[in-house]
Design a protein around this ligand. Structure first.
Ligand code: GLU
Length: 230
């Protein structure tokens, strides 16, 4: 089993994400990647193999207060750079990491994404393209995320960036573990508390089929009907 990390706050996120991924190495993985966002778009770095490889490909000049990271254990598509996460939608607006397996991804692809050319072999890319499709049809990002989740069958832990919203990481899970770590002026996301114990020791366990809107000063949990849960 592989892992997810995320950071939103006031520090540069790259090193926090990379260190977090290194703490998750024990879970096993075949590739790794991070995406960071700073108001000048989303920058994606990913590599097959060890996190040490990923480190060498990360541009140290890019500074960004928000980011997500992933170690992959391939279930759909060979271990490769193209299949490594994060995955982006066609327009590059949305960037997603996913742990788990979407059982109906082929059906969803045929039903909703006939006109979209997917570049990876992963089930994950279907999720990020569905999101873009529904936003294109007029839904707000949060609504599109909720609609996408209602269509998915299988297991997922997800962390999502929208390049038009620097202030938020969207998160959800179903049958795959995911935690939110709470800090002063920052919040983090992690599959395992160990990944982020260096920055906080206060964690909230997420419940299946909710969406979580993580910002640096707040964490808002909603059910799939859009009602806020305390
Ligand atoms: N099913 C996804 C893939 O093959 C995610 C695998 C994982 O959990 O890392 O890329």
């Amino acid at each position: 089993m592989c892992g997810i990390v995320g950071y939103i706050g006031t520090k540069d996120s790259k090193e926090i994400l990379l260190k977090g991924l290194e703490k998750l190495e024990y879970r096993g993985y075949d590739s790794a990647g991070i995406a960071v966002m700073n108001g000048n778009g989303v920058h994606v770095f990913k590599e097959k193999g060890r996190i040490a490889n990923l480190r060498t490909s990360v541009d140290t000049e890019v500074l960004a207060n928000t980011g997500i990271g992933h170690t992959r254990w391939a279930t759909h598509g060979v271990p490769s750079r193209v299949n490594a996460h994060p995955h982006q939608s066609t327009s590059s607006r949305f960037t997603l990491v996913h742990n788990g397996v979407i059982e109906n991804y082929d059906l969803l692809k045929r039903e909703y994404l006939k006109d979209v050319s997917l570049i990876s072999d992963t089930d994950t890319e279907v999720i990020v393209e569905l999101l873009e499709l529904f936003v294109g049809e007029g839904l707000k990002v949060e609504e599109a995320f909720r609609k996408t989740l209602t269509l998915l069958k299988g297991s997922y832990a997800l962390a999502l960036l929208d390049d038009q919203n620097n202030e938020t990481i969207f998160v959800a899970k179903n049958k795959s573990p995911l935690l939110i770590g709470l800090g002063e002026g920052f919040n983090v996301v992690a599959s395992d508390a160990m990944a982020m114990i260096q920055v906080t020791n206060q964690f909230v366990e997420l419940t299946d089929k909710e969406i979580v809107i993580v910002q640096k000063d707040s964490v808002t949990i909603k059910n799939l009907s859009g009602e806020t849960i305390s």
